[in-house]
Design a protein around this ligand. Structure first.
Ligand code: BGC
Length: 385
């Protein structure tokens, strides 16, 4: 085993420690300074205790998760040289999550992930008005969606964190008391598994996801356009200029949206294609080619050559939002004082289709009383040499 020499970097604001594996070795590793990190999250919000929980596995993979928004604030995995690397964007303290402009880093998203057109929908003859927090549309459950709520947390063991939240009838405009449970499990197979469960006392709409922003070169690195991506999807949702699906999914064949064979993210990101223009890059719902509608199947694979870090995404969901970090612009300062530049992260958010409550031909997102909402998504990490 290599002996690590560690120095605290920017100790006041930075709660990570950078380590060099030997003086001659230029690679830097990140290990979590868990005591300092925990201290940056211990507070009270909405009269509820906020904390940070650390999951770890037998290979030294660590996930730091706060019950404020159920956010993954750090995810540290080995690269091809065994150097531990934090691959998720975020902030150094809870306060930054509450005050800085990007509000979704690592968060659990609900009650409805992605957009609902014109911030309203009808269910059983009644129209529900939501907050328009993205132009005229509603995005990610509204301003006080699940990402900004304090969840109840129970850490069962080193591998498992159970989060629960009761979203009251009428909260953010949605009908029905919705009881939600999300279990994060960090397995010895280097998987971060997320199990979502929900039930309601009135018909409502539900579409839960996690909004981790990844950079497999390590968070704070410049770009993800060099990453190699595969998405197992023959169709995607073309969108209007407000990013609402414009009707039924269309084929990826012959378009920049064809990731069925591994392709560099940057290869066609600037193509002269109306959908690339509407999305300002990739910000689209890909419809997965599934064998079984509710089976846990591979949805996507991403790989970064410089670190060799490979991420496979598995889900029971029918679709995935691939967002290429188009709205990051370098103004936002995240962990370790890193400015997060344009396309310095990507998201792969497993989901039902955006705007399904208004588009009856899409798979339904209605949850009825007496029924259980159950989905699972797994992010698995490995090395591709
Ligand atoms: C959306 C983007 C949005 C981002 C916010 C994604 O799910 O599709 O349009 O900017 O979330 O972080």
């Amino acid at each position: 085993m290599k002996k690590l020499q560690c120095i605290a970097v920017l100790a006041i604001t930075t709660l990570l420690v950078q380590c060099t594996s030997s003086p001659a070795d230029k690679t830097t590793a990140t290990v979590l300074d868990t005591a300092a990190l925990k201290a940056a999250y211990e507070t009270t919000v909405d009269n509820k205790a906020v904390q940070l929980y650390i999951l770890k596995n037998s290979s030294g993979v660590q996930a730091a998760i706060t019950n404020y928004g159920g956010r993954v604030v750090a995810l540290v995995v080995p690269d091809k040289n065994g150097v531990m690397t934090d691959i998720t964007l975020g902030y150094d303290s809870l306060n930054h999550y509450r005050t800085r402009s990007e509000t979704y880093f690592g968060a659990l998203i609900g009650r409805y992930g992605n957009r609902i057109a014109k911030a309203k929908f009808s269910l059983n003859g009644k129209t529900y008005q939501l907050a328009a927090n993205n132009g005229v549309n509603s995005l990610h459950g509204g301003p006080k969606g699940f990402h900004n709520q304090v969840w109840d947390a129970v850490q069962k063991d080193d591998h498992t964190l159970e989060l629960s939240y009761v979203s009251k009838d009428g909260e953010e405009g949605y009908p029905g008391n919705l009881t939600v449970k999300v279990v994060y499990t960090l397995t010895d197979a280097n998987e971060l598994k997320i199990d979502y469960e929900a039930s309601t006392d009135q018909a409502t709409v539900v579409n839960l996801t996690n909004h981790a922003y990844f950079n497999l070169n390590g968070q704070g690195n410049e770009t993800i356009t060099d990453h190699i991506l595969t998405i197992y999807a023959s169709k995607y949702s073309a969108v209007d200029t407000t990013l609402i699906p414009a009707g039924d999914p269309v084929t990826v064949e012959g378009t920049p949206f064809d990731f069925r064979t591994a392709k560099q993210i940057g290869k066609e990101i600037a193509a002269d294609h109306v959908q690339i223009k509407n999305g300002l890059g990739y910000d689209h719902n890909f419809v997965l080619d599934k064998k079984q509608s509710n089976g846990l199947e591979k949805a996507a694979s991403v790989y970064a050559g410089s670190t060799g870090i490979l991420m496979d995404v598995f889900t029971t969901e029918p679709a995935i939002q691939f967002y290429s970090g188009n709205f990051l612009d370098g103004k936002l300062v995240g962990k370790q004082q890193k400015a997060y530049g344009h396309r310095s992260a990507f998201c792969l958010e497993t989901q039902h289709y955006p705007d399904a409550p208004n588009q009856p031909s899409f798979p339904s997102t209605t949850l009825e009383p007496g029924k259980k909402y159950l989905t699972t998504t797994v992010y698995q990490f490995g090395i591709q040499k």
